[in-house]
Design a binder for this molecule. Sequence first.
Ligand SMILES: [Zn+2]
Length: 247
Amino acid sequence: MELTVLGASGSYGAPPAGACSGYLIEAGDTSVWLDCGNGTYPVLQEHLAVEDLTAVVITHLHPDHCVDLYGLHVHARYGIERTDIPVYAPAGVRDALGTLVSNWGNTFAWHDVGDGDAVTINDLGLRFSRTDHPVSTLAVEARSAVARSVDRRLVYTSDTGPRWSVGEFGEGADLVLSEASYLHADRPTAVHLSARQAGEDARAAGARRLMLTHLWPTTDPVAAVAEATEAFGDPVSLAAPHMVTRV
Ligand SMILES: [Zn+2]
């Protein structure tokens, strides 16, 4: 299973993290666009022919996680004429995003997902867990379902405060991709994690590796990595556009 970072900026796009939240997860012949934050669609196309996109997953209805779905909609409908692209999202996302299009036509095949749900998308198995965030937000566990492949687990926190844990998916994830919006001393809100909290939670859940993402653009990335590394107990990495990681 491979993770490609399309954008990692928290809440609004800014250098150096680039676009907002968006990732490409690939296993076998399956390619899933996980979160469609603003600015991620052009980056996706640098890594994948859109004809080969298997499905889309949207974790919640905040613009920095979903609005580039409009780019895929127009491209698929009037460009490459693809239909019925599966989109997995919390209930209500289809209608809320639909207020800006005259109608979705048959571009997408929408599937509501919620807390505790599990779906298999060809070679990828996904599970969802409701996080600690103001709108209905789903963390995602991805697991390769390729026959005879090594069993690996990726956990993506999406956006969350500290009252949710990656341990909801069980212990020992191979890679936790965790939001870390702020440094611990600066955190202005309980709806996101500090880098320290990200490190502490991943450690408590026995994660093997931790990658930070969704840093608020003014959060010092060097300090965030240092803070999370101390809390996690092992060196952590920092998501950056075009980074490709084998899980
Ligand atoms: Zn959010």
